[in-house]
Ligand binder design. Structure first.
Ligand code: BGC
Length: 747
């Protein structure tokens, strides 16, 4: 009987083809190769060709042009992007099934922070310092997207960013490679799940390789010139972490680096990625980035660029339509069969793993799409993520939380009624009507005795800064009539994101003037910031008693902000990017080097030091900073042993007391400085953190364990090494205020 069952099972597995996704890597490769052997050069190149659907009506209707359907039937399109929806993707797969070899199309989409259920922008979510949360939101985003025919997200974006002028800081996890690596890996796990062929998992694409965040002047797409050391210490680690977590694909970046467009860099795409990191997945260019290497001045013709890119190790051409026309170059031997087949194999393997060869329609299920997209569980997670992303920057005299039964509450600011801006700049299929504005969130939560008076004060119009003060008079009138004032200011979503670099980090337009005028009324006043980057809000930080950093929090923004304003949620977020006092301090980040002439904190005017004559060196808010309605005190930092050697580990413990009556969460942070080394080390490097929930009046211990492997660095030959010597250990609630202890590693 058992024998019979096993035979039946095997027959089932291998009969109707529901098996490809389960094959061993070796067998999968063998099958890919036997398919490749049947392909013409044109069909091979077709697999490497990724094109966007019809963008003219994008969002209201995702479209595929008739000519594209024809190209799919001819096997000239291997992958599409900007196409979504179970019905449309099904139609495309039907066309693919009419092609000679019936190879399914791969649908990629920018599921950056949610599909239709929009979660907080990734920069915001990173402020939760909650790796598990990052995995859960990615998981849910994948579930929704996969039901709508999507196979592949162009996320996570893991570019470390030290320059808030760069609009794309919204997409990453901030400035720190340690935290960035943990979040990168978590998001990969979330998108891909345990089984890529399941109908609720999609391929992740770690991007943009590499150092895109180091664009000179913070100007998007600009030149990057960083040392190999900085690449390896700062920009590489989140990519490596994502790959180690199993990221199936990787995207190149638009920038050049050390004189080579990243998309043409054999050093990056082959030597590092394949050689050093053993990456087996597929590499896709960024949008027309192969074509742009001509504009960089690195290739004479588009064909030259394409030859250089494919030989460098870029498997798929996004929207450039260059690879698809490379047959002549292939026949002339400029691209070897081995290189071409290798690229095709990687694309086919991705399709095998997704189960598309078992069932090309697996991901296009209109019923599932309807049931899953924007379902209540997803909304609940969006609210939780938004609550956890909020950072309380200031709360003098416990101005917050506000009482729900105030007689009159003024809500001021054009952004307060915006739904669209809450979605952030990568909203894609997200819809404003799904979002809760700050005003609506507040209105829902105040008591029925409270009158909420709304006045715009300034216009939050997409595409332009509001320079008119026409709304001030009415806003001031509203504030005068009220017991407290909530002013919502910041950036419209389109001031952030791709191609939206800013030269100023001030509040846009007349917003600060409005705050100043309202401030003269001496009313209890809270500023809520909704924005996509650190802002230099020096005046506000000094004068306004309460400031809440609420970013672009997604569809549940207004509810989550109200949860915090009225105290149903005790804020626990901590900044993952330094807030400068002025744009002139950029780049400013906590893990900088000491220099030979560091500023003397006891005598900041000491002349020949590394400092400005017109501004402090210190940031407005440091990395790791964030307050709570609880107040936490750090005491008794202790190490289990002062000296350690070999593989011994040291336990570092600190007592954290909640001196308030409200329970709260605190992110306890561990930093280390290697005092003297053969390569200079940063003044502090994050090495661990613990998020503790501590009741009012309660004390808890945060316990960390570190050993030599956590303290290694790259020697001059870029090999991980550990040298004998002393280390300073810092523990605290942010990177600037810490207790410290000494450790010594013995030879
Ligand atoms: C962006 C990528 C994105 C791609 C597809 C490019 O402009 O740089 O991050 O994935 O477009 O939308």
């Amino acid at each position: 009987m058992l024998k019979h069952c096993v035979a039946l099972l095997i027959a089932l597995l291998f009969s109707n083809g529901s098996t490809y996704a389960q094959l061993s890597d070796q067998e999968m490769t063998r099958r890919a190769d036997s398919l490749i052997a049947q392909m013409t050069v044109e069909e091979k190149l077709g697999q490497l060709n990724q094109v966007a659907g019809d963008l003219s009506n994008f969002k209201r209707v995702a479209g595929i042009l008739p000519v594209q359907f024809q190209q799919i039937r001819e096997g000239k399109i291997g992958s599409m992007l900007m196409v979504y929806g179970a019905d449309l993707t099904r139609k495309a797969q039907e066309a693919a099934m009419q092609s000679r070899l019936k190879i399914p199309v791969l649908f990629g989409f920018d599921v950056i922070h949610g599909y239709r259920t929009t979660f907080p922008i990734p920069l915001a979510e990173s402020c939760a310092w909650d790796v598990e949360l990052a995995e859960r939101t990615a998981r849910m985003a994948a579930t929704e997207a996969a039901a709508a025919g999507i196979h592949w997200t162009f996320a996570p974006m893991v570019d470390i960013a030290r320059d808030p002028r760069w609009g794309r800081v919204i997409e990453g996890a901030g400035e720190d490679p340690y935290l960035g690596s943990l979040i990168a890996a978590a998001r990969v796990r979330g998108f891909q799940g345990a089984d890529l062929s399941a109908d609720n998992t999609i391929l992740a694409c770690v991007k943009h390789f590499v150092a895109y965040g180091a664009a000179e002047g913070g100007r998007d797409y600009n030149t990057v010139d960083v040392s190999e050391r900085t690449l390896r210490e700062i920009y590489f680690p989140p990519f490596k972490a994502a790959i180690d977590a199993g990221a199936a694909t990787l995207m190149t970046s638009f920038n050049e680096i050390s004189g080579t467009p990243a998309t043409l860099s054999r050093f990056l795409m082959t030597d590092v990625l394949r050689g050093e990191w053993n990456f087996k997945g597929m590499v896709v260019s960024d949008w027309e980035s192969i074509n742009e290497s001509r504009v960089h001045g690195a290739a004479k013709t588009n064909d030259d660029a394409a030859v250089l890119a494919i030989n460098a190790g870029v498997d798929m051409d996004m929207e450039g339509e260059l690879y698809v026309n490379l047959a002549k170059e292939v026949r002339a031997g400029k691209v070897s069969d081995a290189v071409l087949n290798q690229a095709v194999r990687r694309v086919l393997l991705a399709k095998f793993k997704l189960g598309l060869f078992d069932d090309p329609f697996r991901y296009c299920n209109a019923e599932r799409e309807k049931a899953l997209v924007l379902n209540p569980a997803h909304r609940a997670l969006a609210r939780e993520a938004a609550q956890k992303s909020i950072v309380l920057l200031k709360n003098d005299k416990n101005m917050l939380p506000l009482r729900k039964d105030l007689k009159t509450l003024a809500v001021i600011g054009g952004l307060a009624e915006s739904k669209r801006d809450m979605l952030g700049e990568w909203e894609m299929v997200g819809r404003p009507e799904d979002a809760v504005s700050v005003l609506d969130g507040i209105k829902k939560q105040v008591s029925d005795k409270t009158t909420v008076i709304y006045s715009k004060g300034y216009e939050a119009t997409r595409g332009k800064e509001s320079l008119s003060k026409a709304g001030f008079v009415e806003a001031i009138k509203a504030a005068k009539k009220s017991d407290a004032v909530v002013v919502v200011v910041g950036e419209t979503a389109d001031m952030t994101g791709e191609a939206h670099s800013r030269a100023s980090l001030d509040l846009p337009g007349v917003q600060e003037d409005l705050i100043k005028e309202l401030h003269t009324l001496n009313k209890p006043m809270v500023v809520v910031l909704t924005n996509g980057r650190p802002l230099s809000i020096v005046w506000t930080a000094e004068k306004v008693p309460a400031i809440v950093e609420a970013w672009h929090l997604g569809i549940e923004a207004g509810n989550a902000i109200a949860d915090v304003l009225f105290g149903d949620v005790n804020p626990s977020g901590k900044l993952t990017m330094t807030f400068p006092r002025s744009v002139g301090q950029i780049p400013i980040y906590y893990n900088h080097k000491n220099t030979g002439r560091p500023i003397n904190p006891q005598n900041p005017n000491d002349r020949y030091k590394s400092r400005y004559i017109d501004l402090d060196n210190t940031p407005l808010y440091p990395f790791g900073y964030g307050l709570s309605y609880s107040s936490f005190e750090y005491k008794n930092l202790r190490v289990s042993q002062r000296e350690f050697r070999g593989s011994e580990s040291v336990t570092i413990t600190v007592d954290v007391t909640n001196n308030s009556t409200v329970a709260g969460e605190e992110v306890v942070q561990l930093y280390v400085r290697d005092d003297v080394a053969s390569v200079t080390r940063p003044v502090k490097e994050l090495k661990g953190f613990k998020k503790l929930r501590i009741g009012g009046g309660e004390t808890k211990q945060a316990v960390f364990t570190i050993s030599a492997k956590d303290l290694m660095f790259l020697d001059r030959a870029f090999k991980p090494t550990m040298e004998a010597g002393t280390f300073t250990v810092f523990v605290g609630g942010n990177s600037a205020q810490t207790l410290d202890e000494k450790l010594e590693y013995l030879p």
